[in-house]
Each structure stands twice: as structure tokens, then as C-alpha cells.
Write a protein that binds this ligand. Sequence first.
Ligand SMILES: Cc1cc2nc3c(=O)[nH]c(=O)nc-3n(C[C@H](O)[C@H](O)[C@H](O)COP(=O)(O)O)c2cc1C
Length: 222
Amino acid sequence: MQPAQRFFVGVTGASGQLYAERLLQALADAGQGIDLCVTDGGAKVLRHELGVEAGPPHSRLADALPGWLGAERVRAVRLFAPDALEAPAASGTALVRAVILVPCSMGTLARVAAGFSSNLVERAADVALKEGRALVLVPRETPLSQIHLENMLRLARMGAIVLPATPGFYHHPREVVDLVDHVVGKILDRLGVAHGRGARWTGELEPPAEPGTEPRARGATT
Ligand SMILES: Cc1cc2nc3c(=O)[nH]c(=O)nc-3n(C[C@H](O)[C@H](O)[C@H](O)COP(=O)(O)O)c2cc1C
């Protein structure tokens, strides 16, 4: 029997590290195996935005992981340094269910669009493209230059899913995490992973609930 295919999550140096945190937690909670790689830029922004120490050296992330994602989720995760080009995801012969770059910097996006693999995250994305496997890129950048837009179009034409971190507001979010989970739910939908993140539109237009009362249209955010 084939071993269950794992997801490869590449965390790069864009703002929006909370999207990575919530996605990793949701995948682990759904019983999925995760190969995780944080770029040097990602480690810098992860420390700045969430206070998580991811190196260098990248071995420091192993110590930080239980505090970041929750101790019970660590078993789902295999960590790889950005220069670990011997990792399974660097070869097309290793079966990877999907590659997700979250958040995805414009630098990484440009290098992937150009087929330029300077680290494991970019190589995993390159392999997903050549093998016709799912590749989801979650950029946070705004505004977008012509170069950014052209790179995104190029990737979309190659079959990649460009899923910007632009949450909706029609589910009446009350907390930052409600906004983040709206995007995370969309990523999980594209990955085919069942989840209770974000809120699904029911077709009912309603004003938001009064402050201090239970929200009406808010989805599960656990
Ligand atoms: C606090 C902080 C926030 C950043 N946010 C972004 C961003 O949202 N988008 C982006 O493309 N780059 C952003 N950068 C710059 C990237 O980290 C930088 O281009 C880095 O070289 C990306 O490397 P990587 O693509 O290998 O992760 C940010 C940098 C810092 C320090």
C-alpha cells in the first residue's frame, strides 16, 4: 500500500504569517501529514509577526514548533531547512499531494514563475508544476506592480492556483482570526481537505448581530 501523501507547506518572507499558522494547524487537525520549510526571509517575518524563532539555524524551529502550533500537532510535521534539497519534495518521484506557499513573497513567486529554484520551497513548487500537481500560492502583497501581475498570470496559465490573502467581510468577522480563517478555508477547499474554518455563504442577507450578542453568520473558527 502507498503511504499517505503529505502536503508540502513553504512559508516565505511575506507579511501574513498567521495564515501559515492557521493553515498548518488546520491540516494537522484534519490528520494530514505536512512537510514544512521556512525560508530565511520567512524566519525573519515569523519572528517579527508571531514571535516564533525559526532560525537560522533552522534547527531552532524544531524547539519552537510545539509552542507555535500546539504540542499535539507536532507529530504531523516533518521539518526541512531551506537548503535541504535532498528532501522528498525536491524530486518528482516522491509523491506530494500539493505544495502550498503561504504567505508567498513576491520574490519567491517571481522565482517560481521563472523556474529558478534557489531553495527547497522554490524547488518543491517547480516540481509540482512539472509533475502537474496542485500548487497553491497565497500572496499578501498590495498594490501589485505589472511584474507581480504578469508573474501571477504566468503561474495561473501553468495551472497554479493564485489565492491572494484577501478575506471577505460578508461573514461578519469580529476578530482577526475570523478574517484569516476565511482565506484558510478557501485554501483547504482547493486542497480537498474537509474543515470547519471560515464561514460558508448560506444565501441569506442579514445585518451583523448587535455587539455583545452571538454573531449570526459567523463560521466555526476552532
Ligand atoms: C516585516 C517584513 C514584511 C515583509 N512583507 C512582505 C510582503 O508582504 N511581500 C513580499 O513580497 N515581501 C515582503 N517582505 C520582504 C521579503 O521578506 C524579502 O523580499 C525576502 O527576500 C523574501 O525572501 P523569500 O521569498 O526567500 O522568503 C517583508 C519583509 C519584512 C522584514
